[in-house]
Design a protein around this ligand. Structure first.
Ligand code: PRT
Ligand code: ZN
Length: 294
């Protein structure tokens, strides 16, 4: 049962690493967000949508129970969650931000030649379920010590010989004299959906929001590339363009040998790519960001 049955509700992290990007994503799907007096609930002005602003750990339960219809959460939090009576939310799509890896780390001086090296050790983590699954799959028997935070100090305190924690830049491990030695889980923010049937109008709205969010995430990293090129170099230029389908080719007025080439590149366009296009005979090369794609 939704908190407000006639409106679609989307659960987002209130504050923390995913909070700003989650809200930004909603805005880029043309949701005009009104920050109300109530900090827990933002209203969307131009659609019957509410944004529930909560701790990320509560999002799997809220969406599993159907209190929220959609949610944005780290895949790590979703997969660690133990679902009791509530249903399991469906992952609709990855969102391309909040990327991090759940890694095993040991003291820099320690040897590590594979998961067997963890046999009999104490490993501190905030992700006991994901860690336990990793160890069980490899037939390693180790003691899992659950800590709510500051996992990286556990070896120094003598609480554990190894840790299993999220890593993005690696700076925290480095600052604590630790090194990452194995990857337990690769994570990023995902859009999740309640495992229940929505009324037709809300179902259509959820589908429309999902389509728009997909349009925004698909366009991230994609570029629109335009250039002029000799007709004879077309095959070579098409081969250089990264992740492009068939480009649009149009004649240039007053020049039978040259064409304008437009293409959507689904991968990063590096300076090296631009230089190779130039070397292949292209000129007036423009690389433009794409805001939406459908
Ligand atoms: O208050 P609330 O419960 O909502 O938030 P929280 O404190 O539980 O989570 P928060 O905001 O820290 O993280 C939310 C989500 O961001 C996580 O569940 C991940 O999906 C994602 N994420 C991405 C990360 C990181 N990168 C990350 N680096 N979450 C945590 N970290 C921590 C990590 O635990 C370690 O302490 O950052 C440190 C390591 O970072 P580096 O850059 O030094 O490697
Ligand atoms: Zn949390």
């Amino acid at each position: 049962m939704s908190a407000y049955p006639e409106r679609l509700s989307i659960a987002l992290q209130k504050s923390g690493r995913l909070a700003d990007r989650s809200l930004e994503l909603m805005r880029s799907a043309d949701l005009s967000v009104l920050k109300g007096a109530n900090d827990l609930l933002y209203r969307v002005e131009n659609h019957p949508i509410d944004l529930l602003r909560v701790r990320d750990d509560d999002i799997p339960t809220l969406v599993g129970d159907g209190v929220a219809d959609l949610g944005v959460v780290g895949r790590n939090v979703l997969e660690e969650h133990e679902f009791a009576n509530e249903g399991r939310p469906e992952i609709v799509m990855p969102l391309g931000f909040g990327r991090c890896d759940l890694k095993i780390a040991v003291a820099k001086a320690s040897a590590y030649d594979g998961p067997e090296a963890l046999e009999g050790l104490r490993i501190a983590t905030s992700y006991p379920n994901l860690l336990r699954r990793f160890l069980d799959d490899r037939g390693v028997s180790a003691e899992v010590v659950t800590m709510r935070g500051a996992v990286e100090v556990a070896p120094r305190l003598g609480v554990a010989q190894a840790i299993c924690d999220l890593v993005s830049t690696g700076a925290t491990l480095e600052a604590n004299g630790l090194k990452a030695v194995d990857t337990v889980f690769k994570s990023e923010a995902v859009l999740i959906r309640a495992p229940k049937q929505l009324p037709p109008d809300l179902d259509a709205l959820a589908a429309s929001v999902t389509r728009r969010l997909k349009g925004v995430t698909d366009s991230q990293g994609s570029k629109y590339v335009m250039m002029n090129a000799p007709r004879s170099a077309l095959a070579q230029i098409t081969a250089i363009l990264p992740g492009a389908g068939a480009p649009t080719v149009t004649p240039l007025a007053g020049n039978d040998d040259a064409v304008a080439v437009h293409a959507v590149c689904q991968e990063s366009v590096f300076w090296e790519t631009v230089e190779r296009l130039k070397a292949a005979g292209a000129s007036a090369i423009l690389v433009l960001p794409i805001e939406k794609m459908m």
